[in-house]
Ligand binder design. Structure first.
Ligand code: FES
Length: 451
């Protein structure tokens, strides 16, 4: 959650034109209603718990760059109105800083906050009400009898289990074929306080840009711009992407001074544009999942809390069927095929050459895939020059990982698992580390090179 830019919106990343096609008029209305309610729920929790997290209601604008076809944007306005969003407005020009960005739709009563300050408030409330939270406790296995096994060998039995991970760690096939993981990039630059309006902003480009501000101090705000998304593990050109983001930002917001922060995050998309929240599609009735946030993690996460708490105490929730992980969305077949072809294509990595013919070309503090006969190794050379070699095979479903030079991680292109440079799993669905191949110092490599 620390990586999110925390837009609280009911405008929906996938757009209502597409959501109407996929979920019908009744479904799209429920999507609009539920995300509107999620923003209101966050607001009421912030108030009732007195959480100091910079929460504020702001307008959102979806704009089409000047000169581009405005028909899809007009269609989106109509679709969002059909879905029941109120108070939408068409604007012929959009002034956020000093430059007109183009025509836009204005969405009233969106919101933004500081996600970690909000979470800290939730944590306090949970503990104050008798709850217990165990951090740094990695679950490695989920048993069919609602027990989980942790990495230190403990077994925890539960009355109900909620698996709320980017991608479920308990199922192999039920949902992985219906989700794709993308990498997104964000930068934050200093702007004089008030020189950029406090709003949420998105454009209609593919991939799209997203923008918000955050208070920094009495004189300055941070302008946060994100975008340049791509499927995890398929590109390794973060520097170019950050440069493009910065250019995009400076062209539209000339008051930006230095860039203070750069980071990347993950977005998990489902084939039909909304999260999977509810009973796990296979196995025990009392195992629940929440996954596939579609870039709407703040509202989908809140909805998961609202829906699952009702289901656990045996109360039917009115949005239960809409978000049911077992749903079949007929219109999403094309997305299903596309996503799975991309996953299948990743397995051809077994046949290709490595990034380098051997370890000697790998710079200190960097990693690369190297072929060892019929196998591929993920090799990381640490700052002292020692190579640490792991099997490149992802323990989840045996795709081959790729090096991510920005975060210095091994990323799996199939379902988005992520491993540290030293092979430790840091993001599922994999729950095990990369298998070691052995380590070699620079001195140990040299005689072999000469030989
Ligand atoms: Fe599924 Fe790697 S995350 S194979």
């Amino acid at each position: 959650t620390a990586y999110t830019t925390a837009h609280l919106s009911n405008a929906m990343d996938r757009g209502y034109t597409e959501l109407l096609r996929l979920h019908g008029a009744a479904g799209a209305r429920m999507i609009a209603e539920s995300h509107t309610a999620a923003i209101a729920r966050v607001e009421s929790i912030v108030e009732s718990e007195g959480i100091d997290c910079d929460f504020e209601r702001v307008d959102g604008y979806l704009f089409t760059p000047r000169g581009d076809d405005t028909m899809p944007l007009r269609q989106e306005l109509q679709s969002a109105q059909m879905a029941g969003l109120l108070g939408l407005e068409w604007h012929f020009e959009t002034l956020v800083g000093t430059i007109d960005l183009g025509p836009s739709i204005r969405y009233p009563r969106q919101a933004q906050f500081h996600p970690l300050k909000y979470l800290a408030g939730l944590r306090e409330a949970i503990v104050r009400n008798g709850g217990t939270i165990y951090g740094n406790t990695k679950v490695e296995r989920v048993g069919s009898d609602r027990t989980v096994e942790t990495d230190n060998g403990c077994r925890v039995a539960a009355e109900h289990l909620v698996i709320a991970t980017n991608t479920p760690i308990n199922d192999r096939l039920a949902l992985h074929t219906k989700q794709s993981t993308y990498m997104t990039y964000a930068i934050a630059g200093r702007v004089p306080r008030g020189s950029v309006r406090r709003i949420l902003l998105w454009d209609t480009l593919v991939p799209y840009h997203y923008v918000r501000t955050a208070p920094l101090d009495a004189e300055w705000d941070l302008l946060i711009v994100g975008g340049e998304d791509h499927r995890v593990g398929q590109e390794n050109d973060a520097v170019d992407r950050f440069n493009r983001l910065e250019r995009w930002m400076r062209e539209r917001f000339p008051t930006v001074q230095e860039i203070e922060y750069r980071w990347s995050g993950r977005v998990v998309y489902t084939i039909d544009g909304i999260a999977f929240i509810g009973r796990n599609p296979t196995g025990d009735e009392r195992v629940f999942i929440a996954t596939g946030d579609n870039g709407m993690g703040m509202t989908h996460g809140t909805l998961a809390g609202m829906i699952l708490s009702d289901m656990i105490i045996g109360r039917q929730h009115r949005w239960e069927r809409l978000y049911d992980p077992a749903r079949r969305t007929v219109g999403a077949l094309g997305e299903f095929v596309k996503g799975n072809m991309a996953t299948a294509a990743s397995y051809t990595d077994y046949l290709t050459a490595g990034d380098y013919p051997d370890e000697s070309s790998i710079a200190r503090g960097s990693g690369a895939i190297v072929r060892h006969g019929w196998r591929k190794a993920a090799v990381y050379r640490d700052e002292a020059g020692t190579c640490h070699t792991f099997s490149a095979v992802c323990p989840h479903m045996k795709c081959l990982v790729r090096w991510n030079s920005l975060d210095k991680t091994w990323d799996c292109p199939c379902h988005g698992s992520r491993f540290s440079a030293m092979g430790e799993v840091i993001q599922g669905p994999a729950t095990e580390n990369l298998a070691p191949f052995g380590t070699k110092t620079e001195a140990e490599e040299k005689p072999q090179e000469q030989a």
